[in-house]
Design a protein around this ligand. Structure first.
Ligand SMILES: Nc1ncnc2c1ncn2[C@@H]1O[C@H](COP(=O)(O)OP(=O)(O)OP(=O)(O)O)[C@@H](O)[C@H]1O
Ligand SMILES: [Mg+2]
Length: 615
């Protein structure tokens, strides 16, 4: 018997030592804490088994072969206790063990009925585990017992000590309560409830016995019950520890398998920069096996020109800081470069001291390539959008270019007329030639403007006068405005500072917004387009383009900036998504809202020093 017990205790200590070792080796802080918890639980379990041994020894030490009835009874009690502790050590069916404990309690107390409950601290209630002799309605009534119950177990729960009621009919706190009815229904006259308390003083449950007649148990019976209660408490505590151990082992197994199967490289390193752990993801990403990597300096992964970076990371970790999604370059075993995103967190020991770092590295080469592909695609689409707009604007453009050309033609024939006169008026001819020269400059400026606007390559940023830009665009669309009888209201702030931007792209934004506004007003009666510019605080310029059109359907408002979203028969759904990406690239923001009254208002803001993306 004892051998088995000693074996159990030894196994617990071995498991505890193993958990401690794993905690020391674990690179991940969460795993470390779980292993330390596990160690603590194994030790608690070891103590629980060890304490069983002392009860066993105690009951076994009771003298055998006694002849007097009183001594015989004592011997019977001790045998019963011994039997219970034996079955506790041998383990087995838990429900059967609870039954045995309960039967032993009823026998020790010479009672007619009994019940056992476990305590659930989160709910603050006792839950019925097993009962004997209760009327089914009483059993259902006491399924859960709260602090405010008038049962002996409820009172014992609130006082923390044993409660003995020799006669329920003479008990003050039961008068007129539903508990009294439940006792009567089960033919109970006397009852006691003894709390089951763990060695650390935690309430674990309750063991109660009941008599059909008024009854006062002897001191000896109560003492035996206390020994039994101790064993019951041990059993409950042990069951709880075992369940928790099972959970944390399961949790750690899951955790370990997550780390192992993670696509990301998860690496542990000590404060002197040595690799301490290496998962399969790291193997895949960097090409080294765990055997090759563990124990080597982490700099085997760092290109020589970035060794400083590794020192900077370690310094931050030593200060307890975390590094998140840091994009950098590392080296594969074969010497090739890998673009990665790094997240590094400190590893602390059980005293909270930082002893290393755990690194998660994610390969972002693919993502970067995808981003680059996206950029090319966007540039292509932006150009397509410009060409499409140019197609829509041919009438306007032709008009813009034609105006000075027509002027030149009329003026040239006028000049010819002056020259053909008998006395040519040379002064007038000179005047006309001057006008022709100006008009031809104007025509060429218009063509340059239009060409630059619809040219393909232009990423340069320069100081841009937003008001001038707006005027150019409005000139370009003036024919369309006239054709659709749209009234134009302009309120441009003449104090606007220049903005560092790509003027072709900004023109495209304004043009797209204006074209959308024109489209939106096709089917309405009164058509007004208001374009405003203003200084927003000291650091940004604000532009708004408002129409009195059909407005945006509220269900679409979140989608209009999405690429390919369109409600138009011939729309591409590109305009707004291009505006959005251009404005974002200039570090600004763009948004839409319903206009007061009817129509929509599109607004954007640009930082004055929008030179750098995201500035
Ligand atoms: N001023 C506006 N009033 C009402 N709805 C608008 C306005 N501007 C845009 N929308 C809505 O947003 C949608 C997307 O606009 P976007 O400019 O991106 O594409 P589109 O105009 O349909 O096509 P395109 O690629 O030719 O510009 C439009 O189809 C329309 O439903
Ligand atoms: Mg559009």
């Amino acid at each position: 018997m004892f051998e088995r017990l000693i074996e159990q205790v030894r196994a617990c200590y071995e498991n505890a030592a193993d958990a401690k070792q794993k905690a020391e080796a674990a690179a991940d802080p969460a795993a470390k804490t779980s292993f330390l918890d596990m160690e603590e639980r194994w030790l608690a379990l070891a103590h629980s088994y060890a304490s069983l041994g002392s009860v066993e020894r105690l009951s076994a030490a009771m003298p055998d072969g006694l002849s007097k009835p009183q001594e015989r009874a004592r011997a019977n009690d001790s045998l019963r206790l011994q039997e219970v502790s034996t079955s506790l050590i041998q383990e087995g069916n838990l429900a059967a063990l609870y039954d045995r404990l309960l039967d032993a309690a009823i026998a020790l107390m010479s009672a007619d009925m009994g019940s056992m409950q476990t305590f659930h601290p989160e709910q603050g209630e006792l839950l019925l585990l097993a009962c004997r002799g209760f009327h089914p309605e009483s059993a259902a009534f006491w399924e859960r017992v709260h602090l405010d119950s008038a049962s002996t177990c409820g009172v014992a729960l609130s006082t923390g000590g044993r409660v003995m009621v020799p006669d329920i009919e003479a008990c003050d706190f039961m008068v007129g309560t539903a508990d009294l009815d439940a006792y009567r229904r089960s033919n109970i006259r006397a009852v006691q409830s003894t709390p089951l308390v763990s060695r650390s003083g935690r309430l674990l449950g309750m063991i109660s016995t009941h008599w059909r007649e008024p009854h006062q148990p002897t001191e000896r019976a109560l003492r035996s019950l206390d020994i039994l209660a101790r064993q019951a408490a041990d059993l409950i505590e042990r069951t709880q520890i075992e369940a928790a151990l099972g959970e944390s082992e399961e949790g750690l197994r899951r955790f370990a398998s997550i780390v192992e199967s993670s696509d990301d490289a998860i690496i542990g390193k000590s404060l002197d920069g040595m690799i301490t752990s290496w998962n399969k993801g790291a193997e895949r990403l960097f090409g080294y096996t765990a055997e090759e990597a563990i124990g080597k300096p982490v700099t085997i992964l760092v290109p020589p020109d970035r060794h400083n970076e590794e020192r900077m990371i370690l310094e931050r970790i030593e200060r307890g800081a975390r590094i998140e999604h840091y994009e950098t370059v590392r080296e594969h075993k074969d010497g090739s470069s890998i673009l990665i995103s790094l997240t590094v967190s400190p590893i602390k020991n059980s005293e909270g001291k930082i002893v290393g770092a755990s690194k998660i590295a994610r390969d972002i080469t693919e993502r970067k390539l995808a981003e680059a592909r996206e950029k090319v695609l966007m540039a292509e689409l932006t150009y397509m959008n410009r060409v499409a707009t140019a197609g829509e604007l041919t009438a306007s453009i032709a008009h813009e270019v034609n105006q000075p050309l027509t002027g030149i033609a009329t003026k040239a024939s006028a000049a010819r007329r002056w020259l053909a006169a008998e006395k040519p008026d040379m002064d007038r001819v000179r005047d006309v030639l001057d006008q022709i020269e100006t008009a031809s400059y104007l025509a060429s400026a218009v063509i340059t403007n239009v060409k630059s606007m619809f040219s393909k390559e232009n990423h340069d940023k320069a100081e841009v006068d937003i008001n001038k830009l707006i005027s150019t665009v409005m000139n370009l669309v003036s024919v369309d405005l006239r054709k659709h009888r749209i009234e134009l209201k302009m309120e441009l702030d003449d104090q606007l500072p220049p903005v560092l931007a790509n003027h072709v792209q900004l023109q495209q934004v304004i043009l797209n917004l204006v074209m959308n506004a024109i489209d939106a007003m096709r089917s309405v009666q009164s058509r007004v387009l208001s374009v405003k510019s203003s200084l927003n605080g000291r650091n940004s310029v604000h532009v708004s383009i408002e129409d009195t059109g059909i407005g945006i359907d509220p269900t679409n408002i979140d989608r209009i900036f999405e690429r390919l979203f369109t409600t138009k028969r011939n729309g591409m759904g590109m305009g707004l998504s291009i505006c959005h990406s251009i404005i974002e690239n200039h570090g600004g923001r763009i948004w839409a809202s319903p206009a007061v009254g009817r129509g929509s208002i599109f607004q954007f803001e640009l930082p004055i020093n929008a030179g750098e993306p995201g500035a």
